[in-house]
Design a protein around this ligand. Structure first.
Ligand SMILES: O=c1ccn([C@@H]2O[C@H](COP(=O)(O)O)[C@@H](O)[C@H]2O)c(=O)[nH]1
Length: 278
């Protein structure tokens, strides 16, 4: 029987360190690695990351858009990468940010969260901006498959505030409302639930939000977007223990040298561990 995502995530971060590396084959990164911006370049980039990091990093977050831009052949590379990363013991959070009316959401959920799907991932990022309830098919299938979700709550980009900090009639912000839904989803789970929030590491002091959702907080924004591991305690407060810090370009820019990629990931993991232990 598959253990729930929250349980597997806690073990993976305890064993391999609290780091999520993004697999984001930007055209600019392919170029800086001396690769062509085509399927051959995509494959070389992706499987170099797999070779360098699959056996040492806890969590990987492939950004689906960078594979989808090459059509079906790009998606085939993504499928193989997900399989290889999982086979080497890494957890895969598919960053596809899916969200739609419930009946369509059920199909998105099948694509990423049904155990025999070619793109089955340990967790999926989802957008709740068609209403949190529209995510129910994904919540239900994730529970059945032992997978997880990361719901966009307080994103790392400055534009997110106009939606996520908007205040509802009951006085709560939209972001706080999403966090409350997730806390309800995770109630009573140990060591933590499987339903996480995306909360940017770039956002400064978040003490006005209740981040205690008893679930993981996926924190993009470290490295290229300007946040650092040392910022994490001030941003997340007591919830820092449940933070899954993501670094994409900050690690990937060290390729294509396999040893340099590994060194960079280990440095980030060490810095994050020190900051969290603080
Ligand atoms: O709020 C969000 C949600 C997702 N992302 C994604 O994370 C990575 C960040 O990449 P860096 O190179 O480390 O900046 C990327 O895939 C984004 O789409 C985010 O940045 N913010």
């Amino acid at each position: 029987m598959t253990l729930p995502f929250g349980t597997r995530l806690r073990s993976a971060m305890d064993e391999r360190g609290p780091l999520c590396v993004g697999v984001d084959p930007h055209a600019a990164l392919l170029d800086s690695w001396g690769l062509t911006d085509d399927i051959a370049g995509l494959e070389r980039f992706t499987f170099t990351v797999v070779e360098a990091l699959a056996d040492t990093v806890a969590v990987f977050k492939p950004q689906a858009a960078f594979f989808e831009r090459f059509g079906s052949r790009g998606v085939a590379v993504l499928e193989r990468a997900v399989g290889d990363l999982r086979a080497a013991g890494g957890l895969v959070v598919m960053d596809a940010k899916r969200g739609d009316i419930g009946s369509t959401m059920a199909a998105y959920a099948e694509a990423f969260l049904r155990k025999d799907s070619p793109l089955f991932s340990d967790a999926l990022t989802v957008s709740p901006y068609l209403g949190y309830g529209s995510l129910k098919p994904a919540v239900d299938l994730a529970r059945e498959s032992g997978a997880g979700l990361f719901v966009l709550a307080l994103t790392s980009n400055p534009e997110g505030a106009e939606v996520q900090r908007a205040v509802r009639e009951d006085g709560r912000t939209i972001g706080a409302t999403m966090l409350a839904h997730l806390a309800a989803e995770n109630a009573g789970e140990t060591p933590m639930g499987s339903f996480g929030a995306v909360v940017g590491a770039t956002l400064g002091d978040l003490s006005s939000f209740d981040l205690d959702i008893n679930g993981p907080l996926l924190a993009p924004g470290i490295g290229a977007q300007g946040a650092t591991p040392a910022d994490l305690p001030a941003v997340f407060g007591a919830a820092v223990r449940n933070v899954v810090p993501n670094v994409s370009r900050g690690v990937l820019r060290h390729g294509p040298d396999v040893a340099a990629l590994r060194d960079s990931a280990h440095r980030y993991a060490d810095e994050i561990r020190a900051a969290v232990a603080g």
